[in-house]
Write a protein that binds this ligand. Structure first.
Ligand SMILES: NC(=O)C1=CN([C@@H]2O[C@H](COP(=O)(O)OP(=O)(O)OC[C@H]3O[C@@H](n4cnc5c(N)ncnc54)[C@H](O)[C@@H]3O)[C@@H](O)[C@H]2O)[C@@H](O)CC1
Ligand SMILES: [K+]
Length: 490
């Protein structure tokens, strides 16, 4: 597990470190780390001596990092051109050092565009943690001219460091090197950051508890329920799936199957697709109504449920059952439209798993601002607090927010999981984890992790779509992988 801190928290943590270190030392440390990454990237194309790097230098300390990194690159025989976007405000010490190291300094935009066109590597030092809003001219013109690899210093310019949202013309980095702590942009917008390297500049002891965390394979493997010698099919947790319909049985079959593959000694199914579920998964005990389903340790409710009176009655039944509940799809729409159902869920171990459209319906009747397009971490956190349930907001970066404020982000490597039926698989996996005793925040985080890995494995080689059936079929391999990581780490 690693932490992610807001730019504001990082700036606050920097203050005491700046106060006890010689002037400029912290920036030099950061720049040294950036130069190391740049040298590695250059070396991938052959000898670094004689290559040409362009540093796009903005008005603040981010530009200072870029200039000092340029100084180090000059010392390694790399040709360096610094293009100053705000010539009057370029970091004075860094600029003087680069001139002394015989770096070329350009202030004319046309000359800068030409230099960018000839570069082997661009260092984006336009703006870092203080960047706000869209890039200001002439930055967009220079960014548009980039045709080679880019190393973003701290964060890709034009991408909001706090929310990862993109403003018009923004840098798409091949790699990003960041300092002291990862910031939200690094996990919320992987596509713009590329590979992220964290350089330690000694902030660790000054950082507060991380407001956002990211699970790794070892965390998930350790948390995954494994039956012990004394377990039987009931003690591992029975998951009930209330989903599907006779007309659209796919959701029920996908969710029940995923639950059977994920864990649990037993899966019960209740709903109008009982016949189809039984045919596909003979090990699932299927009935027509939740009232006849027998005892379960958690319910996964919603996919294909319908949003009419029957669906609402089923949802009310499972919310009143006194066990954890995973609510997805139609169950989310029902919750959004009924204060009575929301009251039954509030304060209980309930995990809701909306995509963007379902999220809008979920919060439609709540007071307050919930805008995932502007800030998905903030929106999910507010919704969880307002509803008193754990919210897993699906998307390229999945956010899991507990009502107590804890937030997990799962950054996806691709968006192939945005496919029909994919959410039903996630529901089955998360429901099974709830039945096995994981609290909703962990169940959501572990399910999102394994779901994404199953998509990667199910696709075979990267770069092609993966249908939900293949994602489901790859769930056991994804579990094996995280368990192997946990065993290797112990
Ligand atoms: N404080 C320190 O000693 C350290 C700071 N570090 C670096 O300093 C950076 C933060 O530096 P600053 O606070 O000076 O701020 P930045 O360098 O991130 O940017 C500030 C300047 O960019 C301009 N700006 C803001 N938004 C813009 C936009 N959309 N388009 C164009 N220009 C824009 C502003 O006019 C402002 O002057 C970090 O990201 C990191 O790279 C690192 O060197 C580590 C140590
Ligand atoms: K930058």
């Amino acid at each position: 597990m690693y932490g992610v801190w807001t730019p504001e928290q990082v700036a606050t943590a920097e203050e005491p470190v700046l106060a006890r270190t010689p002037e400029g030392a912290l920036m030099r440390r950061a720049a040294h780390g950036a130069a190391q990454v740049a040298l590695r990237m250059l070396a991938e194309g052959g000898p670094v001596v004689g290559t040409h790097v362009v540093v796009l230098v903005g008005a603040g300390n981010n530009g200072g990092d870029g200039l000092w990194a340029g100084v180090e690159l000059r010392r390694r025989g790399v040709g360096v051109t610094a293009v100053l976007l705000a010539p009057d405000r370029a970091h004075p010490a860094g600029l003087a050092a680069l001139r002394k190291a015989r770096g070329r300094v350009v202030t004319d935009v046309e000359e800068g565009v030409a230099a960018v066109g000839r570069a082997d590597l661009v260092l984006d030092a336009i703006v870092g943690t203080s960047g706000r809003g869209g890039l200001r001219e002439p930055a967009p013109r220079l960014v548009a001219a980039i045709g080679c690899s880019v190393l973003a210093i701290d964060s890709p310019s034009g991408v909001d460091p706090l929310t990862g949202t993109v403003h018009d013309e923004a840098v798409t980095a091949t790699e990003t090197v960041t300092f002291g702590a990862r910031k939200p942009v690094h996990v919320l917008n992987r596509a713009r950051c590329g590979l992220v390297t964290l350089v330690d500049i000694g902030l660790g002891p000054e950082l507060p508890d991380a407001p956002v965390r990211v699970l790794d394979a070892v965390d998930v493997g350790r948390a995954w329920p494994v039956p012990g010698p004394g377990d039987d099919k009931y003690t591992q947790g029975v998951v009930g799936v209330a989903a599907g319909s006779a007309v659209y049985p796919g959701a029920a079959v996908l969710a029940s199957g995923a639950a059977a593959l994920a864990t649990s000694g037993m899966v019960r199914y209740a709903g109008s697709a009982a016949h189809e579920v039984r045919a596909a998964w003979p090990e699932v005990v299927a009935t027509d109504h939740v009232a006849d389903a027998g005892r379960v340790q958690a319910w996964a409710v919603g996919p294909g449920l319908g949003t009419g009176e029957d669906g609402a009655a089923t949802l009310a039944h499972v919310l009143d059952a006194g066990v954890p509940v995973l609510a997805d799809a139609d169950a989310i729409t029902l919750l959004g439209a009924s204060s009575d159902l929301r009251a039954r869920a509030a304060g209980n171990p309930v995990l809701v798993t909306p995509h963007a459209g379902e999220f809008a319906r979920l919060v439609a009747e709540l007071d307050g601002e919930f805008d995932p397009a502007a800030d998905r971490v903030d929106a999910a956190r507010r919704a969880a607090a307002a509803l008193g349930v754990t919210v897993l907001l699906k998307g390229n970066a999945t956010v899991v927010a507990a009502p107590d404020g804890r937030v997990l982000v799962h950054p996806a490597g691709s968006s192939w999981l945005a496919t029909a039926g994919s959410g039903d698989v996630l529901s089955g996996v998360a429901g099974a984890l709830l039945a096995a005793g994981l609290e909703p925040w962990w169940a959501g985080g572990c399910a999102a992790f394994v779901h994404a890995r199953a998509a990667g494995i199910g696709a075979g080689r990267p770069g092609a779509p993966v249908p939900a059936s293949h994602v489901r079929a790859a769930v056991p391999d994804a579990i094996r992988e995280v368990r192997a990581a946990a065993l290797a780490a112990s």
